[in-house]
Design a protein around this ligand. Structure first.
Ligand code: HC0
Ligand code: SF4
Length: 574
């Protein structure tokens, strides 16, 4: 252990601790813009580029960046003296000198780390007002907007994209004053292999990377009396949206969320969880079919659209191994535009399906040509958890004070199996609950498969189903997914089924969720809430959902029927 002193406080830290980490042990908050520590992934963004975290170390002539400077025995540190504060202010003032001053209309207004720093440091005038960068915004994709003029070169997005996701889209473009982070040759995002996972957006401290905002499109539809506007909400939204209204991380606010949507004027409020139960009917059938008929194994889950883009771009030789199931949001959209339209005696053209998703890739997924080409064009508009929060703030809704209410029947009814889709490991656990009963014809008494849960990036669990020892792999984060895919390519994979989610933690950590500022504890609290919501449900196996049974009886026939294939399955393109 090392003995050090910070602002006259004595403390002991272990070898390898940075000054920044040490200060956290004594609740001293040193501001930073670039630092990002993703312990769970063993990845730290330690570029020390923003120079905001400067502190004084006794005996050192120059200030040091606390995020990268390691503690040494006997070190005496001051974080709160005039010299450190002045250096911090200067670093922020220089960043502001080359930053657009459009805070009032900026998509990150009140969510921007640079804005918060300027406020905390008492900066009330811009002393250096020089030349500015003047690049065009990149609005080429359905999912994210890149505004290079707001890039502060913190490189957090690069770390997420290149190290956590191993997508390699982002790096420094240009040199010196003109530098910003973007795709090589400053290509439009749509011309790159971007998966639209949105993890770069999740960690950008400013508005250099933000989501495509579709809230105006939703307001327009709600204002159109000729349109029947249906909304569906993804599993992970209900355990995170409360954070936008000062509720603690991990608060489940399903009932309030439904009431808030009713208040906004949606004509029907359905649950993507119903789509998730439907996905399990199709996916578990497909898995059993592949196992019993010598089909291609391992089967990969296919409901995460960033993951789908990833394997299409990077592993085009493996397109036959993912399940052919559409994702729950797209399945639900397809059922609304067919079964529901028929029941309601409506022209599908008059129905608008809006999805509220924790994810930016869901926007691009809904726009995929093969999912939009006929009259069952599935989903029309996707907004994120944050965008729904914005709409509710616009409407001055007192979210915390709302009463609870239920989703509309029948496409709002769901089981606990579908809720856990929102966390890493949940999709495959839901599939196992159903596959177990279908293969053995016995009741599964204990539905919690602890061996499939957790937060490690790659996990392995075995489930005994009759004579079958089902070997399951789970990965979250695309870098972890890459490792499992490389094993499949090399012929060394020993799994029967693999679940992959692109975002750390699964959808609970999606790029459209309330900003977590790199704090993985927030994501873990959302995960605990997901499992609690599952336990709160009376029915916890997808095939027990009585309304799913009704849908098959009245409309689809059996899982994997011809009609089910037409409406609920898809294909992949290299
Ligand atoms: Fe997910 Fe989904 S679980 S991808 O994370 O499968 O976005 O929450 O909606 O579609 O259900 C996201 C979350 C979903 C879908 C579901 C799946
Ligand atoms: Fe990289 Fe994902 Fe951002 Fe695309 S959305 S640039 S893949 S981090």
């Amino acid at each position: 252990m090392l003995n050090i002193k910070i602002n006259d406080l004595d403390l002991q830290v272990s070898e390898g601790t940075t000054i920044l980490e040490a200060t956290k042990q004594v609740n001293i908050k040193i501001p930073t813009l670039c630092h990002l520590n993703l312990h769970e992934f063993g990845i730290v963004n330690q570029t020390a580029s923003c120079r905001v975290c400067m502190v004084e170390v006794e005996g050192r002539p120059a200030l040091v960046p606390s995020c990268s400077e390691l503690c040494t025995d006997g070190m005496v540190i001051r974080t709160d003296n005039i010299r450190s504060i002045t250096a911090r202010r200067m670093a922020v003032e220089l960043l502001l000198s080359n930053h657009p001053y459009d805070c009032l209309v900026c998509p990150k207004n009140l969510e921007c780390d640079l804005q918060a720093l300027a406020s905390d440091l008492g900066i009330r005038e811009i002393r250096y007002n020089g030349e500015k960068m003047n690049y065009a915004k990149d609005t080429s994709s359905f999912s994210l907007v890149k505004d290079p003029n707001k890039c502060v070169m913190c490189r957090r997005c690069e770390t997420m994209c290149n190290e956590v996701q191993t997508c390699g889209i982002l790096s420094a473009v240009n040199r010196g004053f003109d530098v910003f982070v973007g795709p090589a040759f400053n290509l439009d995002m749509v011309d790159t292999s971007c998966t639209y996972c949105g993890q770069c957006v999740a960690v950008c401290p400013t508005a250099a990377l933000t989501e495509v905002n579709n809230t105006d499109k939703v307001w327009d539809m709600l204002n159109d009396p000729k349109k029947h506007v249906v909304v569906q909400v993804a599993p992970a939204v209900r355990v995170a949206i409360g954070e936008l209204f000062d509720m603690p991380a991990g608060t489940i606010s399903t009932g309030k969320m439904v009431s808030s949507l009713r208040g906004l004027g949606f004509d029907a409020i359905f649950d993507t969880d119903f789509g998730a139960d439907l996905t399990i009917m199709e996916e578990a059938s497909e898995l059993i079919h592949r196992i019993q008929n010598g089909g291609r194994l391992p089967m990969l889950t296919s409901c995460c659209p960033a993951w789908v883009k990833f394997f299409e771009h990077q592993f085009p030789d493996l397109l036959d191994i993912p399940s052919t199931c559409k994702s729950p949001q797209i399945m639900l959209g397809a059922i609304v535009k067919s079964y529901y339209a028929e029941k309601m005696n409506m022209d599908p053209e008059d129905i608008v399906v809006v999805s509220v998703m924790p994810c930016l890739a869901k926007k691009a997924e809904a726009a995929r040509p093969e999912l939009t080409k006929d009259e069952n064009n599935n989903v029309d508009i996707v907004i994120t958890t944050r965008e729904l929060g914005l709409m509710l703030k616009e409407a001055a809704v007192d979210y915390a004070g709302l009463p609870e209410s239920d989703f509309d029947s029948i496409l709002g009814e769901s089981t606990g199996a579908s809720v856990i889709f929102g966390t890493t490991g949940g999709v495959i656990e839901a599939a196992v609950r159903t596959a177990y009963e279908w293969i053995t014809n016995e009741t599964l008494e204990k539905v919690d498969f602890e061996q499939l849960r957790g937060f490690e990036g790659i996990r392995e669990g075995h489930v005994q189903i009759g004579d079958l020892n089902l070997r399951i792999g789970i990965a979250h984060g695309l870098g972890n997914a890459r490792k499992l895919l490389e094993e499949i390519q090399a012929g060394t994979s020993h799994f029967d089924a693999i679940e992959i989610m692109a975002c750390p933690g699964g959808c609970i950590g999606g790029g459209g969720q309330p900003y977590h500022h790199g704090d993985m504890e927030i994501i873990k609290k959302r995960q605990a809430a997901i499992y609690q919501e599952d336990r709160n449900k009376v029915l916890r196996k997808s095939h027990e959902n009585p309304y799913i049974k009704k849908l098959y009886d009245e409309f689809l026939g059996k899982p994997n029927s011809h009609k089910a294939h037409e409406l609920l399955h898809t294909h992949y393109v290299p």
